[in-house]
Write a protein that binds this ligand. Structure first.
Ligand SMILES: Nc1ncnc2c1ncn2[C@@H]1O[C@H](COP(=O)(O)OP(=O)(O)OP(=O)(O)O)[C@@H](O)[C@H]1O
Length: 459
């Protein structure tokens, strides 16, 4: 139904709190050309109601034809009168994990282009078909069994700086192609979409052959409600000392049967371990067995020590596999996935795990922790010194706690929980999306963005 495409574009624009400039990520494939054309048809060239469009194509430079393909998108945008940038992925490419690396680079370049073109958000053209594939891939990897697994979010905050919105998540690719055909517009077929070396391509083929649609264990609305509840549990039961030790009150310490609480605890642990994902199913079971037993002792999982004491549960980074990192003058770097260090001085600095002579032990004891816990946790706390050690000069470095789990990609339905975690670690809340969402603190209401689609019911 070509009309569904225009309807989705209209609905998308209505969801904004105020009109803005939208950067459309256009690869040249049918979905993204359809998105650009539909938004342009609704907005027109007149900046109607304050909305305006810009577009960007990332040339990953992985295939010889990619530059020409990007130029073809540029020509299409020029015909429509839409400002367009081509951003090329320069430099060396990794030999393995090329798809994941390309994806990360793509979002970074899109965010830079949005800043350059004065856009307030990015729109990508992920469809219902992409959603089905994502759900199938996650469940094949066993991620579907994790606490609170949902499909792809309709809004994602990238790099704490810009929201990426997916207005076509409820539409099928066939609808978009019918819309383009009706308008006489052609599109590119990326040959990597037919390469069975890629997991997504294999899943797509399997889905075509299968009669069964994959079903996400949780809908976006359920996930948002779970996040709101997890946020409330975090506020009630967790304290974080000096950004390096989390303390869980005794009454809650042995609870692993409540899914929301479990996700909350594992999220806090992921931050302390500098990880951008929750542990896998087997590790979660191991952690659950340990804390539920309620016996004083320690276990380690995901680089985090779970230290069970009669008065509660304490979590802190294990003092192992802590590499040093050097930060040049005027540069920023991430240490151990946990701290961003910005060097404002004139000399390089080195970040290492805390030295015995550092003041971390005392700081943690002063914060109210038992000396045994303070001493262990202090060993994995950051210590910043001039590099090389005998270099003269003051260390002028700004250290900020990183939340690896959410700082690169934060799904909209997790924002409430992410903000509760941010508060624990002394960070500002994450910015709100430019669109109205229903992911309020109680998780009430339809629990999604108007164009959301439900990973479960729409599949
Ligand atoms: N080279 C590109 N240049 C600009 N936008 C792109 C490019 N590749 C993909 N996109 C945008 O991303 C959307 C999804 O593309 P695709 O399905 O290939 O990405 P994905 O890697 O599966 O998704 P995700 O990035 O969320 O994991 C496209 O519809 C388009 O809006």
């Amino acid at each position: 139904m070509p009309g569904a495409v225009i309807a989705a574009a209209r609905q998308f624009l209505r969801s904004f709190a105020k009109p803005c400039r939208i950067l459309v990520a256009v690869s040249g494939g049918s979905d993204s050309k359809g998105l650009l054309l539909a938004l342009h048809s609704v907005i027109g060239n007149r900046d109607r109601d304050g909305f305006s469009l810009a577009a960007c194509t990332i040339d990953h430079a992985l295939r010889p034809e990619s530059a020409d393909e990007a130029a073809a998108v540029a020509a299409f945008c020029a015909e429509l009168g839409i400002p367009h940038r081509v951003c090329r992925w320069e430099g060396n490419k990794p030999r393995t994990g090329i798809q994941a690396a390309a994806r990360l680079k793509r979002y970074e370049l899109l965010a830079d282009a949005a800043a350059e073109l004065g856009a307030d958000c990015i729109a990508t053209a992920h469809t219902r078909d992409d959603q089905r594939e994502t759900v199938a891939m996650r469940s094949a990897r066993g991620e579907g069994e994790g606490p609170g697994s949902a499909g792809m979010a309709s809004a994602v905050l990238y790099g704490r700086r810009i929201w990426v919105l997916r207005p076509f998540l409820g539409l099928s690719r066939a609808d978009i192609r019918a819309f383009l055909t009706a308008r006489g517009v052609e599109w590119l077929d990326d040959p990597s979409n037919a390469n069975p070396l890629f997991e997504r391509v294999r899943v797509r083929t399997e889905l075509k052959a299968s009669q069964e649609a994959p079903v996400a264990p949780w809908s976006a609305a359920q996930r948002a409600a779970s996040s709101a509840r997890a946020a409330a549990l975090i506020e009630r039961h967790v304290r974080v000392h000096e950004t390096v030790v989390a303390e869980v009150a005794a009454a809650q310490a042995g609870n692993m049967s409540d899914t929301d609480w479990r996700r909350a605890l594992l999220s806090v642990a992921a931050v302390l371990g500098g990880r951008n994902h929750l542990p896998g199913h087997a590790t979660i079971e191991r952690i659950a067995g340990f804390v539920q037993a309620g016996i004083a002792g320690r276990m380690t999982a995901g680089g985090v020590v779970y230290d069970r004491r009669p008065n509660g549960l304490y979590l802190y980074r294990e003092a192992r596999s802590l590499s040093d990192c050097v930060v040049g003058p005027g540069e920023a770097n991430v240490w151990d996935g946990r701290f961003s260090v910005t060097n404002g001085g004139r000399y390089p600095v080195i970040v290492t795990a805390s030295h015995r002579d550092s003041q971390w032990d005392q700081r943690l004891i002063d914060a109210g922790l038992l000396p045994g816990i303070a001493k262990r946790a202090a060993r994995a706390a950051p210590h910043i010194a001039p590099a090389p050690a005998d270099a003269a000069g003051l260390v002028q470095a700004k250290v900020e706690c990183r939340i690896a789990l959410y700082d690169t990609f934060l799904p909209g339905f997790d924002r409430t929980m992410a903000n509760a975690v941010a508060m624990l670690f002394g960070r500002e809340p994450y910015p709100a999306p430019p669109v109205f969402d229903d992911f309020d603190r109680n998780g009430e209401g339809p629990g999604g963005l108007p164009w959301q689609g439900d990973a479960r019911t729409l599949c």
